[in-house]
Design a protein around this ligand. Structure first.
Ligand SMILES: NC(=O)c1ccc[n+]([C@@H]2O[C@H](COP(=O)([O-])OP(=O)(O)OC[C@H]3O[C@@H](n4cnc5c(N)ncnc54)[C@H](O)[C@@H]3O)[C@@H](O)[C@H]2O)c1
Length: 283
């Protein structure tokens, strides 16, 4: 019961990583303010989860919604101990040569400004609370291009730097700030970001499940629980000497090219060796 009696606020809690984090924190004694724009999903989560889960509507693109969420949680329980800034979606998909200003702004509001103000409006309610800390969701997309659309990747890289800056700003108040960088995690984010529903979404999810099993050195698909466990560790007192840092939880996705772990995919030296063996010139 690492979070017995603690007040935990989670954004984007109705699905995927946020829902699993809600279940984990609640199972360890926390009062969880689980927020989302998906009211139906959020209320279902509130009902089905054992423990003290309180669903609240909060669109993280609205700073006013975020302020109300944090103020409300603090009013009900006396303060906030942990914030998990998790809400997100795929953002605008065009590359830098085609993206429009409003698409760029919407993506930054959803993925980066939301985290800044998730911190800004929670902190007044966290000061003076022992062990208070914040965990932000970044992504492997922050490591470099190629994992996501450009605006998403830039926002997630911004979350990493924001995490470091906030950690220094808030150290004097004893508030830690860390980030988690999920790899390919099997959630609704891919189909919902493409506006897929019903049968098409179901078919796409089967394909995604297959792809996520084969995407990285660890030979299984990444699950929301993998990320929730890392978030709970960072939020716990076991991580009390960690601030301004980030945990990659990606099954090794970012450590090496496919040929380093997939015997079916030859690397450059394998290809050259095969040519040599056949008596061909590599050129
Ligand atoms: N799934 C992955 O592979 C992956 C990888 C790296 C990072 N992430 C990040 O993890 C976080 C959670 O994503 P997920 O994979 O669990 O996806 P998900 O789609 O299962 O869950 C995202 C939740 O955020 C909510 N949401 C969307 N827009 C919102 C808004 N404006 N205000 C409040 N809530 C909103 C959705 O309703 C949904 O419940 C996101 O920030 C995402 O970018 C996911």
């Amino acid at each position: 019961m690492r979070f017995d009696g603690k007040t935990v606020v989670i954004t984007g809690a109705a699905s995927g990583i946020g829902a699993e984090a809600t279940r984990l924190f609640a199972s360890e004694g926390a009062i969880v303010f689980a927020s989302d724009i998906d009211d139906e999903g959020g209320k279902a989560l509130e009902q089905e989860t054992d423990g003290d889960v309180r669903y609240r509507h909060c669109d993280v693109s609205s700073t006013e919604d975020i302020r109300k969420l944090m103020d409300g949680a603090a009013q009900e329980t006396g303060g906030i101990d942990v914030v998990f800034n998790n809400a997100g979606a795929g953002g605008a998909r065009p590359g830098i040569d085609e993206i429009e200003p409003d698409e760029w702004d919407r993506t930054m509001d959803l993925l980066l400004r939301s985290v800044a103000f998730g911190i800004r409006y929670a902190v007044p309610h966290m000061k003076g609370r022992k062990g208070a800390n914040i965990v932000n969701v970044s992504s492997v997309a922050a490591v470099g291009p190629g994992y996501s659309p450009t605006a998403y990747a830039v926002a997630k890289a911004g979350v990493l730097h924001l995490t470091k800056c906030a950690a220094t700003d808030l150290a004097q108040h004893g508030i830690r700030v860390n980030a988690v960088q999920p790899g390919f995690i099997n959630t609704n984010i891919f189909t919902s970001s493409m506006g897929m529903e019903d049968d098409m979404a179901r078919t796409a999810k089967a394909v995604i499940a297959q792809m996520s099993s084969n995407a990285q050195p660890v030979m299984r698909g990444g699950q929301p629980r993998d990320i929730a466990e890392a978030v709970a560790f960072l939020a716990s007192d076991a991580a009390s000497f960690m601030t301004g840092t980030s945990m990659l939880v990606d099954g090794g996705l970012t450590i090496g090219p496919r040929h380093s772990w997939d015997p079916e995919a030859p690397g450059i030296f394998d290809a050259l060796e095969a040519m040599q063996n056949q008596g061909q010139s590599p050129a």
